[in-house]
Write a protein that binds this ligand. Structure first.
Ligand code: 13P
Length: 266
């Protein structure tokens, strides 16, 4: 985290919560989370919940993100929702999440098309990158990150890349309570920044925001937010519980202001 950037905390609810459960969670989060001017909280509910939540949320406190969208703007694509349709509903769009890549076989090209589609429609992409356990064990982490970053950015301008958010989410750390060590996160992010620097120069590499995601809990927040490389967090499981998510936000805010957290003291 650097002093010039706002901390960004994103809640990815994945395929959980119906409309009334989502509304209840936001109601509880709203009571727990104050307006922070140095910190942005973004909620990525399932697609169906975006419209009702856009009417419910206090927009000074929460912004919305889509978890995915199709790269074409409109047409005969049964079952798909486009970034064009989301353009006035969300500010951010998660793109290339490992669950899209691995379960739905989303290719590097498709991810690149989605990044371009998000920008075309005025939505800031949160591009997810990260290696699997096998790739990590075979020493391929840097190559995988390079391929995912370089291919995803192939259709965008240097002006666009400056507002980009990249989430480093090692696949082996997602959803299993085994978060990556801050030292490994710092190294991976250095690689990502180097790739951005080689493509778009120093200014772009400095301005792109990079998040960590993978089994984040209130206890692990400070280890990541203290790193100069990390600008925020992408939270899955722990974002479904209002207490743990509001603790994550509170801890990130405290660490960003140079204070300690309850967990630091324990
Ligand atoms: P968990 O926090 O449940 O590991 O999920 C991380 C993630 O995939 C967020 O996009």
């Amino acid at each position: 985290m650097t002093l010039t950037k706002k901390i960004l905390i994103v809640a990815n609810w994945k395929m959980n919560l119906n409309v009334s459960q989502a509304s209840l969670l936001v109601h509880k989060l709203d009571k727990k989370i104050p307006i922070h001017k140095d910190l942005e909280v973004v909620l990525a509910p399932p697609m169906l919940q975006l419209q009702p939540l856009s009417l419910q949320i206090d927009h000074r406190k929460f912004k919305l993100a889509s978890q995915d969208a199709y790269y074409k703007d409109e047409g005969a694509y049964t079952g798909q929702v486009s970034f064009t349709m989301l353009s006035h509903l969300v500010q951010y769009g998660i793109v290339g999440h490992s669950e899209r890549r691995n379960i739905f076989n989303e290719s590097l090209t498709e991810t690149a098309q989605k990044v371009a589609a998000a920008y075309r429609n005025g939505i800031t992409p949160i591009l997810c990158v990260g290696e699997t356990k096998i790739e990590r064990l075979s020493g391929e982490t840097n190559q995988v990150l390079h391929d995912q970053v370089v291919s995803a950015l192939s259709n965008i301008t240097s002006e666009e890349v400056r507002s980009l958010v990249i989430a480093y989410e090692p696949v082996w750390a997602i959803g299993n309570g085994e978060p990556a060590k801050p030292k490994d996160v710092a190294n991976a992010i250095k690689t990502i920044k180097l790739n951005v620097l080689e493509l778009y120069g120093k200014k772009a590499a400095e301005e792109v925001r990079i998040l960590y995601g993978g089994s984040v809990t209130p206890d692990t927040v400070s280890g990541y937010i203290r790193l100069p490389e990390v600008d925020g967090l992408l939270v899955g499981g722990a974002s479904l519980n209002y207490l743990s998510f509001s603790d994550i936000v509170a801890n990130a805010y405290r660490v960003g202001r140079g204070l300690t957290t309850k967990q630091d003291k324990a």
